[in-house]
Design a protein around this ligand. Structure first.
Ligand code: ADP
Ligand code: MG
Length: 235
């Protein structure tokens, strides 16, 4: 469960305070597919960065499974992030000097997992890239790079996946492929998905859609059917 209570963010812009996210309250139950829409500059990435603990809010509390992450120090925050959160970005952010397999396995190796390579290979299989493990990012198409990034985000089997315009740099066919994978991941693993997208068709796959404008919620809609599994069903 992700909960935001009165969360806002104000930054200094040209020496003046600028509120880029006005106070927001939000509850995202485990297993929910939650989409954030809105024009460029509306605060979508700001919201995701706060939930990931990459930025601190100016006010308010952010609870992840009951833990207020705004009270945590750097180490505790890093531990919580590695245990609970996977992140996918618009521009993939793969490490260019590592192969696809190494990009996926590196976090597992740092965490001391003994079967890091085997797990990374299984994750590549899950995103349909079994035969691309030895390729470097520059040898992969955009769609393939994003599938590697998705496998990497899943390496620690996080209960939460944050995705910031993951299809924004892909053609529609590859975008659709990534969205189908994200939907499969949610159905198979019960993962909570918090997705930023510009694409209304992709957002239609979500259970809840929130539209931001100028740092404020201007619209919220929910789908009737909630196919997500309860958190108890997670393996
Ligand atoms: P979106 O992801 O919806 O395009 P962002 O959350 O990235 O929007 O940014 C929202 C607004 O806040 C934008 O106008 C952006 O320029 C501004 N902004 C974001 N971070 C900072 C910062 N650290 N300092 C000043 N302005 C910022
Ligand atoms: Mg953004």
């Amino acid at each position: 469960m992700i909960e935001l209570r009165g969360v806002s963010r104000t930054v200094s812009s040209g020496g003046r305070p600028l509120t880029i996210l006005h106070p927001i309250d939000l509850s995202i139950p485990s297993g929910t597919f939650f989409a954030v829409l809105g024009p460029s500059g509306s605060g979508k990435s700001t919201l995701l960065g706060l939930v990931a603990g990459l930025d601190a809010p100016t006010a308010g509390q952010i609870l992840i499974d009951g833990t207020d992450i705004t009270t945590l120090g750097e180490d505790a925050l890093a531990r919580l992030r590695s245990a609970k959160i996977g992140f996918v970005f618009q521009f993939f952010h793969l490490i260019p000097s590592l192969t696809a397999l190494e990009n996926v396995s590196v976090a597992l190796e740092i965490a001391g997992a003994r079967d890091a390579r085997a797990r990374a290979a299984r994750l590549l299989e899950e995103v349909g890239l079994t035969d691309r493990g030895h390729h470097y990012p520059s040898q992969l198409s955009g769609g393939e790079q994003q599938r590697v990034a998705l496998a990497r985000a899943l390496a620690n089997d996080p209960p939460i996946l944050l995705a910031d315009e993951p299809t924004g740099n892909l053609d529609s066919r590859n975008g659709r492929l990534i969205m189908d994978l994200i939907r499969d991941i949610r159905e198979r693993r019960g993962t909570t998905i918090l997705l930023v997208t510009h694409d209304a068709a992709l957002a239609d796959m979500a259970d809840v859609r929130l539209t931001l404008r100028d740092g404020r919620v201007v619209e919220r809609s929910e789908s009737a059917v909630r196919p997500g599994r309860a958190p108890e069903a997670r393996p």
